[in-house]
Design a binder for this molecule. Structure first.
Ligand code: PEP
Ligand code: MN
Length: 340
C-alpha cells in the first residue's frame, strides 16, 4: 500500500505515519515528491487495512498497490524521479549523455576520451574498471587502478563518473571512487549485490538482464529501493533474441510502457544494444525521440585496438558527429541536453 500525504504535510505528520506502519510490524519507505510525500509499505503479506492511517493528520489517501514493485511503481512518485550526480540531472526533461570507453585501459586513453566527450557535450563519463567478461581469458579491467584513473579524469574535466560494480567484494572500493554505480546486465538478478547497493547513498544505474522481462527488471530495481536507495535509473541495453544481425535486440518499444509503469529515469545503451558502431547514432536519436532520459555510449580513441567492445565503440569523429545530431534533435524536441 501507498499512503499519500497532503501537500505541505509536516515532518511530524510523516513520522506519525512511519511509526504507525512500524507498530504494525511492517517497513515504511518515505518517498518525497514534488508536491507531496508518499510512504510505501513493505513486509505485509496480505492487504493492509487503511483505517489506522486515514485517521492520522496529514494523510490524504491510501492506495492499494497490486504489483510486486511498489516503491519504483509510477504511483509512488507520479511526477517522475530526478537523479543528481554532481551538478548533472538525470530525468526531469533533460537528456543526459553518458560516454566513454567500455574499459579504462590507460591514463592516456581515459583522459583523451574524457576530454573529447566533454568538449562535445557528454555530461557523464563512463568507463569499466571491474569488467565482467564472457571469456575468463579476456581483459578483466584495471580494477582499482582503473578507478583511480577515472577519478583523475573527473578531476581534469569535472565530469561525474559511472562505473560498474561487479560483485559485493569490490563494492566498497567502487563506492569510494565513483559518482554512479552501474549494475551490469549479467548481475541484474544478483540479489545480494542489489541489496548491497540498496544500502549505499549513491545513484545506481540498473541494466536490463540479457533475457529479463520488464517485470523482472522492475522487481530487481525494487530490491534496491526496498533497502532504502531510491536513486535508481534503468538502462535498456538490448536483450537476447533469435536475431543475430545485431549483438542484442535493442528493445525501444518498451519505453512508453515503462514510463507508465515506473517513475525511475530511463536510459538507453545503443552500443551494447546493437554491437555495431555505425548503428549507434541512429539508435541514440531514436532513444531521444522515443522519450528516453539519456543514453550511454561507448567511445574509444582507437576502436580497432580496444581491449573490449571495439566493434561497437564510436571513434572521436563518430562521437562528435552523433552529438551534433543530438543537439539538433534537442532543439527540435525542446529538451535540453543535461549540463548545457
Ligand atoms: C558495459 O556497460 O560495458 C557492460 C558490460 O554492459 P552490459 O552489462 O549491458 O553487458
Ligand atoms: Mn562494453
Amino acid at each position: 500500500m501507498l499512503i499519500l500525504l497532503k501537500p505541505g504535510s509536516t515532518d511530524a505528520q510523516v513520522n506519525d505515519v512511519i511509526k504507525t506502519v512500524e507498530a504494525l510490524g511492517y517497513q515504511a519507505h518515505a518517498i518525497p515528491g514534488k508536491s507531496h510525500t508518499a510512504i510505501g509499505i513493505t513486509g505485509n503479506e496480505g492487504p493492509v487495512d487503511p483505517e489506522p492511517f486515514l485517521v492520522l493528520q496529514g494523510v490524504s489517501e491510501c492506495i492499494a498497490v497490486t504489483q510486486p514493485y511498489k516503491l519504483v511503481g509510477r504511483s509512488a512518485r507520479p511526477e517522475g524521479s530526478i537523479i543528481k550526480a554532481g551538478s548533472i540531472q538525470i530525468g526531469g526533461g533533460h537528456f543526459t549523455v553518458m560516454a566513454g570507453p567500455c574499459a579504462v585501459e590507460s591514463k592516456e586513453q581515459i583522459l583523451a576520451t574524457a576530454k573529447h566527450v566533454k568538449q562535445h557535450g557528454a555530461a557523464i563519463l563512463r568507463g569499466g574498471a571491474f569488467k565482467p567478461r564472457s571469456s575468463p581469458y579476456a581483459f578483466q579491467g584495471l580494477k582499482e587502478d582503473g578507478l583511480k584513473l577515472l577519478e583523475e579524469a573527473r578531476n581534469q574535466t569535472g565530469l561525474p563518473i559511472i562505473t560498474e560494480v561487479k560483485d559485493v567484494e569490490s563494492l566498497e572500493k567502487v563506492v569510494a571512487h565513483t559518482d554512479i554505480l552501474q549494475i551490469g546486465a549479467r548481475n541484474m538478478q544478483n540479489y545480494s549485490l542489489l541489496e548491497a547497493v540498496g544500502e549505499q547513498d549513491k545513484p545506481v544505474m540498473l541494466k536490463r538482464g540479457l533475457c529479463a522481462t520488464v517485470k523482472e527488471w522492475l522487481m530487481s530495481a525494487e530490491y534496491i529501493a526496498a533497502r532504502g536507495n531510491l536513486h535508481v535509473m534503468l538502462c535498456e541495453r538490448g536483450i537476447r533474441t533469435y536475431e543475430t544481425t545485431t549483438r542484442n535486440t535493442l528493445d525501444l518499444g518498451i519505453l512508453p510502457s515503462l514510463r507508465e509503469m515506473t517513475h525511475l529515469p530511463l536510459i538507453v545503451d545503443p552500443s551494447h544494444g546493437t554491437g555495431i558502431a555505425k548503428s549507434v547514432p541512429a539508435m541514440a536519436r531514436a532513444a531521444f525521440a522515443a522519450g528516453a532520459d539519456g543514453i550511454m555510449v561507448e567511445v574509444h580513441p582507437d576502436p580497432a585496438h580496444a581491449l573490449s567492445d571495439g566493434p561497437q565503440s564510436l571513434n572521436f569523429a563518430q562521437f562528435s558527429e552523433m552529438m551534433a545530431e543530438l543537439k539538433a534533435l534537442s532543439k527540435a524536441l525542446n529538451r535540453p541536453l543535461a549540463g548545457h
